[in-house]
Design a protein around this ligand. Structure first.
Ligand SMILES: [Zn+2]
Length: 353
């Protein structure tokens, strides 16, 4: 079934974000051909797939708005989609762009009912909890990513080059403004080419995870063998208040990624990166959980060994390691959830290809 009005409007202004936000819960799928060389498929609200007619070995997923109030990545992805739709960018590779949680974007909230980025790798199926809009969306997003990766017309290259960059901004400031989370690879080597791409995006702080997670990036990495990252681009700001000049490098690198054979990078040198690994996760166990530092403390702040970081009723959490730094502190999480990660400096030497 065709949607002449939606289609005409999208062809005219290329504003897929506007279309998504005016239909936040669902959008009937429709397709059209762009300049005769790319098929554009709208699969759902916030889900747009581009298939260049020219065969390609790269399947690229860009996602944003998994947390609805993280506006800068939403603006970046909306611009990219608009530039493709209006012919300012010619795609070289298959591209799927996802606006994760449209109702939360409309509400300018991180989430409507629960944290969407804790519901992947099947976590949305947990039958012990009540269904939520986010659970439904997580299941659908998993399906779309699977459909995208498996529907390539080129099958001679196995494994294919699959990528997923899930773009976020953090609730608080960071000692290192931009940083990436490299999902647990189950002892497989980290990739130099990916560190090089991150550096081209102005991201030189990388947190290397050592355990499975229920994040979107771990799902793409573990289930589909994609090079996948959660990328934090700075601090949350309302729409229109982001200083887009702070994102020039990441915007350039993303545009190169989708429209060129290669991205301009410099050779990987570990010394140009701040690499961290998780030392421990601190989970909120009771409603008495309390953080013992100021609300505006930046991610990657470290304190002397012995400093009291948090308390949870009788329990006390103090700094245990020199260089131990805190990240993602949030006392408002639900009981049982992670309230803070503690990380320590590390190296990829010996396990990078
Ligand atoms: Zn986020």
């Amino acid at each position: 079934m065709s949607h002449p009005t939606l289609l005409e409007q999208l062809q005219q202004d290329g504003d897929f974000l506007k279309l998504t936000l005016s239909n936040p819960n669902a959008l009937e799928p429709f397709n059209f051909s762009l300049l005769d060389d790319t098929i554009v498929c709208i699969w759902d609200t916030g889900v747009i797939c581009f298939e260049p007619k020219q065969l390609t070995h790269q399947d690229i997923v860009l996602s944003c708005g998994v947390h609805g109030n993280e506006t800068a990545p939403i603006e970046i992805c909306a611009d990219i989609v608009q530039q493709v739709l209006t012919g300012q960018i010619t795609l070289k590779h298959r591209l799927l762009v996802l606006f994760g949680n449209p109702p939360a974007i409309n509400a300018s909230k991180r989430e409507i009912e629960e944290n969407l980025n804790r519901l992947f790798s099947g976590q949305h199926n947990d039958t012990a909890v009540t269904p939520s809009a986010e659970r439904e969306r997580a299941k659908k997003l998993e399906g779309y990513v699977g459909q995208f990766y498996s529907s390539s017309r080129v099958t001679d290259l196995v494994p294919r080059n699959r990528y997923l960059y899930d773009l976020h901004t953090a609730i608080r400031g960071s000692r290192f403004e931009k940083f990436a989370v490299y999902p647990f690879l189950h002892e497989k080597p980290w990739r130099k080419a990916q560190f090089e791409f991150l550096q081209a995006c102005d991201v030189t702080t990388v947190l290397l995870m050592q355990t499975p997670a229920t994040t979107f990036s771990y799902f793409a990495s573990n289930t589909h063998g994609a090079d996948a990252f959660t990328i934090e681009l700075g601090k949350v700001k309302p729409f229109g208040q982001n200083d887009m000049t702070r994102f020039t490098k990441v915007c350039t690198a993303l545009r190169q990624l989708i429209s060129h054979d290669t991205v301009q990078t410099v050779a990987f040198d570990e010394h140009q990166f701040q690499l961290y690994q998780v030392y421990r996760a601190i989970n909120k166990q009771t409603e008495a959980f309390k953080l013992h530092f100021a609300d505006d403390v930046e991610n990657f702040t470290s304190y002397p060994v012995g400093t009291l970081l948090a308390s949870d009723g009788e329990l006390e959490y103090r700094v245990e390691q020199p260089g131990e730094a805190l990240i993602f502190p949030n006392a408002k999480v639900a009981k049982g959830q992670r309230a803070m990660l503690m990380v320590v400096p590390t190296t990829v030497a010996g396990n990078v290809v």
